[in-house]
Ligand binder design. Sequence first.
Ligand code: DAH
Length: 441
Amino acid sequence: MTKLFIRNIRVSSINLYKNYTTITKPATSLKINDKEFVTDDYTNITPKILSYLNRDLHLKKDNPISIVRQRIVNYFYSSFTHGGNPIFSVYDNLSPVVTTKQNFDDLLIPEDHPSRTKSDCYYVNRKTLLRAHMTAHQSELLRSGLDNFLMIGDVYRRDEIDSTHFPVFHQVDAVRSQRKEQLFQEHSGLELFEPMFDSKNPHMFENSINDPNKQSCHSLEATKLMETQLKTHLIGLVHALFGDNVKHRWVDAYFPFTHPSWELEIFYENNWLEVLGCGIVRNEILANAGPNNTIAYAFGLGLERIAMALYKIPDIRLMWSEDSGFVSQFQNKKLNEKITYKAVSSYPQCTNDISFWLPSDVTIDTFTNNDFYDLVRDVGGDIIEQVKLKDKFVHPKTKKHSLCYSIIYRHLERTLTQAEVNKVHKEIEKAIVKAFNVVIR
Ligand code: DAH
């Protein structure tokens, strides 16, 4: 299925997004930001997705994403100083095109981890993808000698389509590392590592994560002190963003690159909202990248989710809006000013269903939903508000498999007519017949 979809994109002769990509016929390479990449059977990046590169909402003055970025950066700049200077450095201009080594291997993400699949990521080719998280830059920045840093940028994940999911979003990811003398300023004599661990030869020791409290190489004192600092710093951040009265809770979590790991949730507008993931960086990552005498914590958070909650923005697509009705509500504000987004007007939705028979070699369980969602978005563009699987059906006699999806169309800035929706819907039908070899019912 996926292959057919890719072939469909690769043979088309388009030169839509100057500066970003040129796909020529027959496409064996892809140009992204003036760099040429060889394509292969893993290539699943679409022209639509490439059009989001370089939009840099996180750096766009007055965009809600950028306002939240600035507030987070300010919190770290002002809370952590040495001799009056901020100790955190900020990287917000790193290329989103990364290697599988950066995005997965360096972070100890296993070879068979589901987050690596083609149906979850936008691959440029087998070895290259659009970063799926900002943590992808952690190892290279550690390797370059940095100890305290924030990485901020756009990340790309294949996902369902609804008011809170968009294939491109923005994250802040961070590392704070400390040497023994820094961590134990007030308790000299304590050690970062267990006595049997030789930090000069870290590879001689199998660092296990079986103990829920700590990695086997770390001392309990170091881990607990780091945990306390991590939690205090992150609650401080949440208070700076949402106010001192916001309720929070810590939830145990698992990430391949940290141990122990947690998620922080806040009680906001009557719901528990997950705001970030964090933990103590696996020592293998630090040792492979260079520093063998530090312990570090790391965390990552999504900017859209925070901006949507803070400013009551009901639809994630609005972040991309250039409409003055949206943009003006965030202009000329003080950084910490309370802003409550008011819908300019809510234009009506239009729902059309699409049902089709799958080809005989595909079943309702093997059909890749994310391929379908990407194609719908490619053809329909930003008027696609949501795509929902409505029905699965296996014909009792012919044993043919069929799927039905509802596509909800809505323009953010005007009313769509049924006639124009029908036209786009027909285009989508044509495109899926071609891409997936299905028969419209
Ligand atoms: N990279 C994770 C994600 O995208 C979030 C995260 C969790 C980042 C823990 C971290 C971390 O740096 O320590 O879901």
